[in-house]
Design a protein around this ligand. Structure first.
Ligand code: AVI
Length: 316
């Protein structure tokens, strides 16, 4: 979408507001949700197919191997509520393993994904009551259950929990508790702590797909906000933050330069970075602590054979 630079008001336009605010701070940062325009989403799908990005393969293997345990945990006749449904590939695996699932409520901000996923799931599971909800799962909203009765289970796979800061994660867990009720259950996938070398390779693959994904954010600012970032003057970097136990993505300025966006000028020193994403990595203990902060307890913990990824079954 092309706009005349002057027509974009950072007060009205949320993307512009986040960009101007984030680049005006002493430590420059941009919220990771803006990585996912159409090209960003396609690049993320490509990342999940890279050899170094073990997360998707490991989580999928748990869903396959632990199919029975997951079905026992969810119980018969459940309604599955998926937070940030996306393409819903893992959902099909879970639904196929459940006993007599009654409903599916995918929640996603991306309308095209939501419509396509709902249609595909409804045609594969014709008796399922499917009600898509087009919302950012971090907003406060209600979930429809009008004509569908059954135990409710939240599903939040893919380690997206790791992209949330502590306050966002707690807010989401609390909202899930409200949606799912006192008898509700939740299945959440998170990446586990491991060698820093392996983690950094997952976020800086040899085919440079992650680099393209990160740099695409600057391209998006140029296209949508009339920015004049010169992409060749920035470089992708993945860094380990030992305090937060997180892999961080940064865009590193390769020279002293200034960039204009929405009529404002931002100065960059050589080596100064824009922090674009944190991917937090957990242990069973640190995840349990997080779950408790949002009113949940860990009842089940499943891992892949190489213990790379964790899928946790939560109860209230
Ligand atoms: C979506 N999310 C869980 C991915 C992750 O691993 O944090 C996003 C990603 N960023 C770089 N590679 C993948």
């Amino acid at each position: 979408m092309l706009h005349a630079t002057n027509s974009i008001d950072p007060v009205e336009n949320v993307f512009a507001r986040d960009v101007v605010g984030g680049l005006s701070a002493d430590v420059k940062t941009l919220p990771s949700r803006w990585l996912y325009d159409e090209r960003g989403s396609a690049l993320f799908e490509e990342i999940t197919r890279q050899d170094e990005y073990y997360l998707t393969r490991a989580e999928t293997s748990i869903l396959r191997e632990r199919r029975r345990h997951i079905a026992d945990f969810v119980e018969s006749g459940a309604i599955l509520i998926e937070y940030g449904a996306g393409a819903g590939v893992k959902t099909e695996l879970v639904l196929a393993g459940l006993r007599n699932p009654r409903g599916y409520v995918p929640i996603d901000i991306a309308a095209p994904f939501l419509a396509e996923t709902s249609k595909r799931i409804a045609s594969r599971f014709p008796s399922l009551w499917v009600r898509p909800v087009e919302r950012n799962f971090l907003d406060v909203f209600e979930v429809p259950f009008d004509s569908c009765y059954g135990g409710r289970t939240g599903f939040f796979p893919g380690s997206t929990m790791g992209n949330l800061d502590a306050i966002e994660a707690k807010t989401l867990l609390t909202q899930m508790g409200r949606h799912l009720g006192d008898d509700g259950r939740a299945i959440i996938g998170v990446d586990l702590q491991k060698s820093v070398d392996m983690l950094l390779r997952a976020y800086d693959d040899s085919a440079d797909v992650t680099a393209a994904f990160n740099l695409n954010l600057l391209e998006r600012i140029n296209t949508e906000l009339g920015g004049d970032f010169r992409l060749e003057q920035f470089e992708h970097a993945a860094r380990w933050n030992e305090i937060d136990k997180a892999v961080e993505m940064h865009l590193v300025s390769l020279c002293d330069q200034c960039v204009t966006i929405c009529g404002r000028t931002f100065n960059f020193r050589t080596s100064e970075t824009i922090h674009t994403e944190s991917s937090r990595k957990y242990t069973a203990e640190s995840f349990e602590q997080l779950a408790r902060s949002g009113g949940w307890r860990v009842a089940e913990a499943w891992q892949d054979a190489d213990r790379l990824f964790g899928l946790f079954g939560l109860i209230r």
